[in-house]
Design a protein around this ligand. Structure first.
Ligand code: 5GP
Length: 190
């Protein structure tokens, strides 16, 4: 998606350890107009897929997810990183965060993910695919069908896509970073 690639080149900042900061338009300050264009592109790519729910993980996935839900008129569920004391009937999995270098639990109420659901997962970044693997596990536990995953930015050099495709799940990313070596952003053309 050219508008997104151009914005990453203009406002993205590269950090050691293969981290890209997009705080100017996605992760801190947000650009709703670009987010709408991003979601319209996800919707175009998944146009022939039946979806009844959008899911994501808090916090950075919520913005694209709510925009998707709004445009498709579908409910949006976000998996929580802390178990609320009031939540009893839930599904749980463990995810390793490479940006925070620690494991955390992700929970989702059985009330909002179950058999018969056809869910599309959206998130800001695909890196090593740990969050994606957690979501694949939650959907499996729930008996829900994960019809696809959509990432705004994929860091291809961290190979998260492999686990998703191995699980037989469709994966779409709108900007694919091939390398951040020497803090230079190299992206794949469409
Ligand atoms: P994964 O689970 O695929 O290894 O990492 C995905 C999650 O880690 C994303 O939801 C995102 O929040 C965070 N993440 C991974 N790499 C980056 C990065 O380069 N920049 C930012 N801002 N977040 C990242």
């Amino acid at each position: 998606m050219k508008a997104l690639r151009d914005r990453i080149l203009k406002d993205g900042k590269c950090y050691p350890g293969g981290i890209l900061k997009v705080d100017k338009f996605i992760n801190h300050q947000m650009d709703p107009n670009l987010m709408k264009q991003i979601c319209v592109e996800f919707i175009r790519r998944y146009a022939s897929t039946e979806i009844n729910k959008i899911i994501t993980i808090e916090a950075s996935g919520i913005a694209p997810a709510i925009m998707m839900g709004f445009l498709l008129d579908l409910p949006v569920v976000f998996a929580k990183k802390k178990k609320p004391s009031t939540m009893t009937n839930m599904l749980s999995t463990t995810v390793f965060s490479f940006t925070k270098q620690r494991e955390y639990h992700v929970v989702i109420s059985k009330e909002y993910l179950g058999k018969g659901d056809k869910v599309l997962f959206v998130d800001d970044f695909l890196a090593y695919g740990n969050a994606a693997k957690g979501v694949i596990d939650l959907c499996k536990q729930a008996g829900a069908e994960l019809v696809g995953m959509g990432f705004i930015i994929e860091k291809a050099f961290q190979h998260g896509r492999d686990a998703i495709e191995k699980a037989g799940v469709r994966c779409e990313s709108l900007a694919i970073i091939e390398s951040l070596d020497n803090c230079e952003i190299k992206m794949k053309e469409d």
